[in-house]
Ligand binder design. Structure first.
Ligand SMILES: Nc1nc2c(ncn2[C@@H]2O[C@H](COP(=O)(O)OP(=O)(O)OP(=O)(O)O)[C@@H](O)[C@H]2O)c(=O)[nH]1
Ligand SMILES: [Mg+2]
Length: 332
């Protein structure tokens, strides 16, 4: 179980380009003055939060970031080109510290915050800048300022994007295992899960996201029955809820009863939680008779978006993941 995502990255800003030593050479002008241009500025390294990123997963593939150096100045007063800045995207909620000193660089909270973490060196001045009445032919120029290099620690308190709710035994932990790297315990009895756990879902495409597996909810949960209610606050900040239902247990006389029980508990606990976008997922479709009951549910749940899976056999899991990615994109 992992609630904190953490990684080290190294950043290096570009050196400034050096100033140039050069003298004008023209026909008929015997001793032209100094005309060495200034060096260009080295590139900055900038951290920027974006709501497109939800985890630090992308740093598994790239951890070193080097901005280019500024171009050296040239003759004929030509200034070297400034190097481009590098922008590193991080998810909101990332705490950045200097790995060596432990000092906080910045606690990035919201999307679209940015900070230059390594400043590119200034370009050196060309020799024409050093011309004076006492030295009309300066044979020196300034070197560029060096860039900075440092190692940063990025820590992200994982916030779940998708909260999985449902009765005890619906298969929430099994589903969490099927979609993510997390390995919560699974058991054929209610209240197997005693504390929430988070799993990062890494599909082959799209931005990874985080699911929260919480203990099952039961009727009366808002008054403290069962365990789930203490943990509902863990999913108050998720963007969508995945409402998981054991299809083999759907009551043919009242196909929606379990679904309604859970939603009533949610609403009694907290109106905003009840208003979160929900995707209904019917589970255990591999059990004989479950698909007939699933059909009854669909018929009763007119217009509602309902998906069917078997967390145990992984049937329908890929389709579910792409649906979740789409929903998250719509509710970011
Ligand atoms: N046949 C079948 N069994 C499943 C499926 N998904 C889960 N189960 C079984 O259902 C039982 C409960 O699964 P869990 O994943 O522990 O259920 P849960 O919702 O996390 O339960 P709590 O933590 O107690 O709330 C276990 O015996 C699982 O093996 C499925 O798709 N098909
Ligand atoms: Mg569980």
């Amino acid at each position: 179980m992992k609630f904190i995502d953490e990684t080290l990255i190294t950043v290096r800003s570009g050196h400034g380009g050096s100033g140039c030593v050069s003298f004008r050479r023209e026909r008929f002008v015997p001793r032209g003055g100094p005309d060495g241009g200034d060096g260009g500025k080295g590139g900055d390294v900038i951290l920027e939060t974006t709501s497109r990123k939800r985890t630090l997963y992308h740093f598994q593939f790239k951890r070193d970031f080097k901005a280019r150096n500024g171009q050296n100045g040239q003759g004929k007063q030509k200034t070297g080109r400034n190097a481009d800045d590098i922008i590193i995207e991080i998810p909101p909620g990332t705490l950045v510290t200097d790995a060596e000193t432990g000092k906080i660089v910045k606690d990035f909270v919201h999307p679209d915050e940015s900070l230059i973490v390594a400043k590119g060196g200034r370009g050196g001045q060309g020799n024409r800048r050093f011309k004076s009445s006492t030295n009309r032919t300066p044979r020196f120029a300034q070197p560029g300022e060096p860039g900075e290099e440092l190692t940063l620690r990025l820590e992200l308190k994982l916030l779940a994007d998708v909260g999985i709710i449902g009765l005890p035994n619906a298969g929430k932990s099994t589903l969490t295992r099927a979609v993510s790297s997390a390995t919560p315990n699974v058991g054929n009895y209610p209240f197997t899960t005693l504390t929430p756990s988070l799993g990062v879902v890494q599909a082959g495409w799209g931005e990874p996201f985080v699911v929260a597996d919480i203990p099952g909810l039961i009727e009366g949960a808002h008054k403290g029955a069962g365990l789930g209610i203490q943990f509902l606050r863990h999913i108050e900040r998720t963007r969508i809820l995945l409402h998981l239902i054991d299809a083999s247990e759907i009551d043919p006389d009242h196909p929606l009863s379990v679904y309604e029980t859970i939603n009533t508990e949610l609403a009694l606990y907290n109106e905003t939680l009840a208003k979160k976008p929900q995707i209904v997922v019917l589970n255990k479709l591999d059990i004989p008779g479950a698909s007939e009951r699933a059909e009854m549910f669909r018929a009763a749940a007119k217009g509602m978006q309902v998906m069917s899976v078997s967390a145990a056999t992984r049937d329908g899991i890929e389709a579910l993941i792409s649906q979740l990615i789409q929903l998250l994109d719509n509710h970011s």
